[in-house]
Ligand binder design. Structure first.
Ligand code: PEP
Length: 250
């Protein structure tokens, strides 16, 4: 049985105390959602320690939205995977389209980040997805294939067992446009096939999340699809009630 996951990417939103209130709201309502669903929140770095405190005693896990490609040293402004792990994080989002687009993250950088993430016992939530132009040119399969081959194919089997994938079509992120459940299933099944070409039956166990304007109103239809194992949620993760309601979509 694959894990069912609802992960919240808070991006650069909330002040620390607001983040704590949001985390508390998720904890307060968590009991209304089946414990077969795992919840993860990924606040900004500055709030992680405080959010960790607010989550104490609950089964809600937390992670970071990025990490440095190097282990430590003279890299002003960067945050190392070891620092994230020391705060109790279990996950790190890697390769989000905003990082690829605005900060020039390439597969080369992401390979280095992956190394740091695994060296520190963390699990990457590795994002893949095509932009609108690529979708319209029907290149979406090739785009996600390359994003997987250039990074995920470099993992060992042991590392691969500890990997979450998020398929996030860039044209659906923060735009209110969602992939249809059929579009999501089609590409999630394809991603699983590409993973299986390298890792065989282990790919059956990989959680592949959908991300892109996922909300309570559309989560159930998307999550009902065989190869969709949950969601990476941006905007709707900023309201505890919506985030939890998405978890009820399974
Ligand atoms: C995201 O950026 O990971 C995301 C899915 O954002 P939104 O839900 O706001 O589209």
């Amino acid at each position: 049985m694959r894990k069912k996951i609802v992960a919240g990417n808070w991006k650069m939103n909330t002040l620390p105390q607001e983040g704590v209130e949001l985390a508390k709201g998720v904890v307060a309502g968590r009991g209304e959602v089946s414990n077969e669903v795992s919840f993860i929140v990924c606040p900004p770095f500055t709030h992680i320690a405080m959010v960790a405190e607010a989550l104490k005693g609950s089964d809600i896990e937390f992670g970071a939205q990025n990490c440095a490609a190097e282990a430590k040293g003279a890299y002003t402004g960067e945050v190392a995977a070891s620092m994230i792990a020391a705060l109790g994080c279990k996950y790190v989002i890697l390769g989000h389209s905003e990082r690829r687009q605005y900060y020039g993250e390439t597969s080369e950088t992401l390979n280095k980040k992956m190394e740091q993430v695994y060296a520190n016992g963390l699990t990457p939530i590795y994002c893949v997805g095509e932009n609108l132009e690529e979708r319209e040119a029907e290149k979406h399969f090739d785009v996600v294939k390359a994003q997987i081959e250039e990074v995920v194919y470099n993992l060992t089997e042991e590392q691969f067992k500890n990997l979450v994938i998020a398929y996030e079509p860039v044209w659906a992120i923060g735009t209110g446009k969602t992939a249809t459940a059929e579009q999501a299933q089609e590409i999630h099944a394809y991603i699983r096939k590409v993973l299986a070409e390298k890792f065989g039956a282990l790919a059956e166990e990989t959680a592949i999340l959908y991300g892109g304007s996922c909300k309570p109103a559309n989560a159930a239809e998307i999550f009902a699809k065989e190869d969709v194992d949950g969601g990476l949620i941006g905007g709707a993760a900023l309201k505890a009630a919506d985030f939890l309601a998405i978890g009820k979509g399974f």
